[in-house]
Write a protein that binds this ligand. Structure first.
Ligand SMILES: Nc1ncnc2c1ncn2[C@@H]1O[C@H](COP(=O)(O)OP(=O)(O)O)[C@@H](O)[C@H]1O
Ligand SMILES: [Mg+2]
Length: 156
């Protein structure tokens, strides 16, 4: 699997990485986020929102709903599977949001299991000290290789 790693020395940098990453996203893209509690998944999604012209302060993981929708340059559908399971997404008609007119960002993507899309961006955040994080960016499936290569050159 091709991947590259960015260092984030602090919260603001993770926000910035997300915002820059958002510039490469297109409708129908799915960003699957991986990483422990506090690794910065939500921070990265706030960055995505920022990159789509939204106020990152408005971004919070959905807690009483299965998904939050933020309407920026493209709609951003924010999922967090921490407290729910993939089966809960069926009732929501998740396909409309995964393969629709916006971008889906999914925290705790390992819980997608059978609903894991064929093609997706993979963003894994790892603790590397109190405020230090490693952000690993890769992709799965068809159609993203060219944009991934551009991202890699751009982030390097
Ligand atoms: N480099 C960093 N990137 C992201 N968050 C950081 C960083 N350094 C410290 N933090 C802190 O870590 C926490 C990350 O929280 P959050 O984004 O909600 O994580 P997750 O969604 O992965 O559980 C926040 O309290 C944030 O201020
Ligand atoms: Mg979170």
């Amino acid at each position: 699997m091709k991947s590259f790693v960015c260092r984030s020395p602090g919260y603001e940098k993770t926000l910035d990485l997300g915002a820059r990453f958002a510039g490469s996203l297109r409708k129908g893209d799915i960003v699957c986020l991986f990483g422990d509690l506090g690794a910065g998944k939500t921070a990265f999604v706030k960055g995505l929102a920022k990159g789509l012209g939204l106020d990152p302060v408005k971004v919070h993981s959905p807690t009483f709903t299965l998904m939050n929708i933020y309407n920026g340059k493209l709609p951003l559908y924010h999922f967090d599977l921490y407290r729910i399971n993939a089966v809960d997404l069926f009732g929501l008609g998740y396909e409309e949001f995964f393969y629709g007119k916006g971008i889906a960002a999914v925290e705790w993507s390992e819980k997608l299991e059978g609903l894991t899309p064929e093609s997706f961006w993979r963003v894994e955040l790892k603790h590397a000290g109190e405020d230090e994080r490693r952000v690993n960016i890769s992709f799965h499936g068809q159609g993203l290789a060219e944009r991934w290569q551009k991202l890699k050159d751009h982030f390097a």
